[in-house]
Design a protein around this ligand. Structure first.
Ligand code: HSE
Length: 334
């Protein structure tokens, strides 16, 4: 049998997503090894306390309470950053790339705000900076975008990129569920951010749109340049009125480039019933990408939830090992 390549991981964060990554690796590592020849090993897991790491199903000797031991260990190949939030996540990713580790992240806020700097340090060190899980959960969106962008100029991106708000709007429209009840259910299902303001006020969608638009523009587009309106002011009456008009209200993220200028907006919008986006329900996301040669491509799947997100993260880990720094996009500063 072919010799397995052992890959040592440091998983930073054992919240909802971190725990799902640990579980996926524990349950699937034999199958992954068989399919790819890569044996994934969790060398470290970082949390605020050793107890939290143990509660995630790991041994105490794998537990760290700061990133430093993982960054200092030359045997760590890939750092999986699932801490969330801008800091310390952005600084840790920077340090990990500087020390020659590949970085896989699900962190849309840190990436959207520091995309150019992180991509530059990754490329300078010939390391992978991969972030499939940061937008669209389990949808193979970045892989598809990479392919489209290789041969197309992309001048429009449009879609539903937040699972929590889409779940809430679906429940309000289809079952007249009160807003707060639907939000609690989204939290229980592991869709919502630790502070759900990020979801319902549209910040999360704006970070994701900034990442997508930066990739299309090949230049950092800052989230503060995105007009943003959340769903907290959407009333049951407006939802009923949209139904009477034959459509639904969706939180849409839209980026359009004209003569080198990008217009970006996240806001609740009326979507006619005959549009594909009107049929994107619950925690699902759909992103329309329009290229000058391929036309419009729609990518659809579960945009939030521990299992789809963990699936995207572990795929990125495998890609980081197989393809390395070649996959890191070049993003110029704004
Ligand atoms: N809170 C996010 C959402 C998680 O609901 O879409 C996935 O990025």
């Amino acid at each position: 049998m072919e010799q397995l390549k052992t890959v040592n991981l440091a998983i930073l964060g054992v919240g909802t997503i971190g725990r799902a990554v640990v579980r996926l690796i524990h349950e699937q590592s034999d199958r992954i090894a068989e399919q790819t020849g890569i044996q994934l090993t969790i060398r470290y897991a970082m949390a605020r306390s050793i107890e939290r790491v143990k509660a995630a199903g790991l041994r105490p000797e794998q537990a760290i309470t700061s990133a430093e031991p993982a960054l200092a260990d030359p045997n760590v190949d890939v750092v999986v950053e699932v801490l969330g939030g801008e800091e310390p996540a952005a600084s840790i990713m920077h340090a990990a790339l500087e020390r020659g580790k590949h970085v896989v992240t699900a962190n849309k806020e840190a990436l959207a705000k520091h995309f150019a700097a992180l991509s530059a340090i990754a490329r300078a060190n010939n390391r992978a900076l991969l972030f499939e899980a940061s937008v669209g959960g389990g949808i193979p969106l970045m892989a598809s975008l990479r392919q489209i962008l290789a041969t197309n100029r992309v001048s429009q991106l449009r879609g539903i990129v937040n699972g929590t708000t889409n779940f809430i709007l679906t429940q309000m429209a289809e079952h007249s569920t009160p807003y707060h009840e639907a939000l609690q259910e989204a939290q229980r299902l592991g869709y919502a951010e630790p502070d759900s303001t990020a979801d319902v006020e549209g910040y999360d969608a704006a970070y994701k749109l900034a990442i997508l638009a930066s990739l299309a523009a090949k230049k950092q587009i800052h989230p503060e340049n995105i007009e943003r309106i959340g769903i907290t002011q959407v009333t049951p009456e407006e939802i009923a009125e949209a139904r009477r008009r034959g459509g639904v209200i969706k939180l849409l993220a839209q980026a359009t480039e004209e003569n080198g200028t990008w217009r970006l907006r996240v806001a609740p919008e009326f979507v006619p019933g005959d549009s594909l986006l009107a049929h994107v329900r619950l925690n699902f996301n759909a992103i329309e990408v329009t290229g000058d040669r391929v036309g419009t491509v729609v990518l659809y799947g579960q945009g939030a939830g521990p299992l789809p997100t963990a699936s995207a993260i572990v795929s990125d880990v495998l890609d980081a090992i197989r393809f390395g720094g070649a996959l890191t996009p070049a993003i110029a500063p704004a």
